[in-house]
Design a protein around this ligand. Structure first.
Ligand code: UN1
Length: 496
């Protein structure tokens, strides 16, 4: 069967990768459904894209920010019109159910409207000079050419979190989308172009991390890298980028805890647990992967959770009755299977799931059963390491203080949730949970674009997307204007 063949976007032209090799983008629910062949790029392709971005930077940085923002505003409006089409294409390439891919496109729309407003802000600061007749101000400048490396789990939302703030600030971009889900980046960039983005301002280099991502990270003319992916790869990105002193923003793994106190609305907590753990088939960096239950309610909660997890309908995300789509690829199935084995060897009790689904309607894709482990102890690997699949661990605790300590006892710090009706404990948890995001009476997933997104410890390196993105994609310039008509020496002429 024939399928579309995609190219790289370099300086406004669609060009094949230097070596002419391609990577097939397959529907994870049905491997017979080929979305397309995408370029397997190498360093030469990255060089060409960076050169194009450098050329475009010369004029893009001079376009007034409110005008750059208008392109983003139009992009948001066009995405609204295309939402259903792009959501369906995203479900085909990524697998998550349609309600969620509509949400993913919506997140890009929200980001477009949010960042478009920045075009008329991009605030700097003025401050008095210590000298007479001297004016002092700090203005935001674009960084230059920025490299963006994005994951497969939010194929349009995460590229939009990076592209839009980078663009409004006057940077030009080279984006390397995840090789499993490049089409959604193509759709996003196509929309930017239709909205009036000039050639070369965004360039796409498709391919795999070691071949196409690494040269971008190492490129001497790339001034900043924004990466979302695993902590393992993030560490490599930071080390390789250090050689050329790039700014690096890393959003990485999580092992997010939901704490359920015995005064909580249990039905609400159950709804949150199912959505947080099995939404997006557990493939979110914000996914609920540990549920900490206070002993008095643990039995009842566990029983109800397992009954509902067993009833979740797994299948092709294009079928509206399906609740849990496939995992992205065989490698992720292997990881889920590996952790199911590890958990059992460590002494955890498998209450449901634990296996890949291979028979009947599942034979053509990569599916895994919604999986619940009980009797998990904080020291077990299943309680500490990221699975990135539909696998959740249940841990029990006696006191609120113990729950906070367990929640914090891991190397990651992205998202956390507390279910309680006790306002004092809610505020204590907001203060004490070591995470970039804390939810009260809501699950660990569901961040909105205009708040800071990111985490502490091995989840990130201190930067934030959303609210923090403009900070990352701009660099400060201090400007002094002396209108005294004489040489005024700071720290000397005005000193006692
Ligand atoms: C991710 O999993 O990498 O908060 C991003 C959420 C989504 C974004 C998740 N809005 O779950």
């Amino acid at each position: 069967m024939s399928h579309p063949v995609y190219k790289n976007l370099v300086g406004g032209e669609w060009v094949p990768a230097a070596q002419g090799r391609t990577i097939l983008n397959l529907n994870p629910a049905d491997h017979g459904d080929v979305i397309g062949a995408f370029p397997a790029s190498v360093a030469a392709d990255v060089d060409a894209a960076v050169a194009a971005a450098r050329r475009a930077f010369a004029s893009w940085r001079l376009v007034p920010a409110p005008k750059r923002a208008e392109i983003l505003l139009r992009t948001g409006t066009l995405l609204q019109e295309r939402k259903e089409k792009y959501a369906r294409e995203m479900t085909r390439e990524m697998g998550k159910v349609l309600a969620e891919t509509r949400g993913d496109v919506q997140e890009a729309i929200d980001e477009a409207f949010y960042v478009a407003g920045e075009g008329r802000r991009l605030y700097g600061v003025t401050t008095p000079s210590e000298l007479e007749k001297k004016f002092a101000m700090s203005v935001r400048m674009p960084v230059g050419v920025v490299g963006l490396i994005t994951p497969w789990n939010f194929p349009m939302a995460i590229p939009s979190w990076k592209l839009f703030p980078a663009l409004v600030a006057g940077n030009t971009c080279v984006i390397k989308p995840a090789e499993d889900t490049p089409l959604s980046t193509y759709n996003l960039v196509e929309t930017l172009i239709d909205a009036g983005l000039p050639p070369g301002v965004v360039n796409i280099v498709s391919g795999e991390g070691p071949e196409a991502g690494a040269p971008l990270v190492e490129h001497a003319h790339v001034r900043a890298i924004s990466f979302t992916g695993s902590s393992e790869v993030g560490s490599l990105v930071a080390q390789r980028a250090a050689a050329t002193f790039k700014q690096v923003s890393l959003e990485m793994g999580g092992k997010n805890a939901m704490i359920v106190l015995d005064d909580a609305n249990l039905d609400l907590a159950l709804d949150g647990a199912l959505w947080g753990a099995f939404g997006t088939t557990g493939q979110r960096c914000t996914a609920t992967s540990r549920i900490l239950l206070q002993k008095r309610i643990a039995g009842e909660f566990t029983e109800k959770l397992v009954a509902r997890a067993k009833k979740l309908r797994v299948g092709n995300g294009l079928d509206e009755s399906v609740e849990v789509g496939p995992q992205i690829n065989k490698q992720q199935i292997d990881t889920s299977t590996k952790y199911a084995d590890i958990a059992q060897r460590e002494g955890a009790t498998l209450l449901c799931g634990g296996h890949a689904l291979c028979a009947g309607e599942y034979a053509t894709g990569t599916f895994f059963e919604p999986t619940v482990f009980a009797g998990v102890k904080p020291a077990m690997r299943i309680a500490r390491e990221e699975v990135f699949g539909p696998v959740v661990s249940l841990l029990e605790f006696d006191s609120f203080e113990e729950a906070i300590a367990i929640a914090n006892s891991i190397d990651y710090g992205l998202s956390t949730a507390l279910y309680t009706r006790d306002v004092n404990r809610a505020f204590t948890a907001m203060r004490d949970l070591e995470a970039g995001i804390t939810y009260i009476n809501a699950p660990t997933i569901g961040a909105e674009v205009h708040l800071p997104f990111g985490g502490v410890k091995q989840t990130g390196n201190g930067h934030r997307e959303g609210l923090g993105a403009i900070e990352f994609f701009t660099t400060w310039k201090a400007v002094y204007v002396d209108y005294s008509d004489k040489l005024q020496r700071a720290q000397i002429d005005n000193a006692e």
